[in-house]
Design a protein around this ligand. Structure first.
Ligand code: AMP
Length: 228
């Protein structure tokens, strides 16, 4: 060894897929199992709305209608969060990018910091199952654990399995009309990113219609293989 310091760039993973595909659930499981940071632009935007920031005020009505918040706002929010120290562990991007403009901005951001996309993993699901999946979901308002009325109910009614809180939340945009608009936005604006990442040689696909734990096990293997 010549004593040179070798900096290993933090891995970057993207989870692609329509609303309800399980991106948030899987990103959260990966965060717990492998220590990467789940970076959800939806969560960041909801926090901005709750805090009443300028970005939050601009995003609120668009989110309630199931539209996409402007690239400028989302990219600025993501850039800020990526600069936090914990992101040096590696990140799982959940819900970003959603447009070609965002994907190009991400490429530029990563190039500036000497990073690359390790894998963009497309969660493949049937559109017809998405409305039922989304309209049944809820989360613990205390620890953020995700549940579903049918697919993943709490063990004791209304009590979080993980932290014991009874404060459960449902998202305002998880209703049938908004979901159908969100699916339309996905097909028009986000689905083209599958070809974008295929062209870059980083696309991987995963059948995400099965059991949450089985999907998590497959995804975990894909992420481990692509992390180095
Ligand atoms: P999600 O939590 O990922 O389902 O996002 C909820 C809502 O936040 C979306 O329906 C959009 O209105 C907005 N949003 C989240 N991420 C993005 C993004 N990358 N680009 C534009 N809008 C976004």
């Amino acid at each position: 060894m010549d004593g040179a310091v070798v900096t290993v760039a933090a891995p970057v993973f993207i989870l692609l897929g329509p609303p309800g595909a399980g991106k948030g659930t899987q990103a959260r499981m990966l965060q717990e199992a492998q220590g990467f940071v789940q970076l959800s632009t939806g969560d960041l935007l909801r926090a901005a709305v709750a805090a009443g920031t300028d970005a939050g005020k601009a995003a609120k009505a668009v989110m309630e209608a199931g539209g996409l918040v402007s690239d400028d706002i989302v990219i600025a929010i993501l850039k800020d969060r990526l600069a936090d120290d914990d992101c040096a562990r590696g990140v799982i991007l959940d819900g970003f990018p959603r447009t070609t403009g965002q994907a190009e901005a991400l490429d530029d951001l990563l190039a500036d910091s000497g990073q690359r996309i390790n894998a963009a993993i497309s969660l493949e699901v049937d559109d017809s199952a998405m409305v039922a999946r989304i309209s049944g979901r809820f989360t613990c308002g205390n620890c953020g654990e995700g549940y579903h009325d049918v697919n993943k109910p709490t063990r004791a009614l209304g009590i979080c399995d993980k932290c014991g809180s009874s404060h459960m939340k449902r998202r305002a945009d998880d209703n049938a009309e908004t979901v159908s608009q969100r699916l339309t936005e996905y097909h028009n604006q986000t689905a083209p990113l599958i070809a974008y990442y295929e062209g870059k040689g980083v696309l991987q696909s995963l059948d995400a219609m099965g059991e949450i734990d089985a999907i998590a096990a497959t995804l975990s293997g894909m992420v481990k293989d692509a992390a180095t």
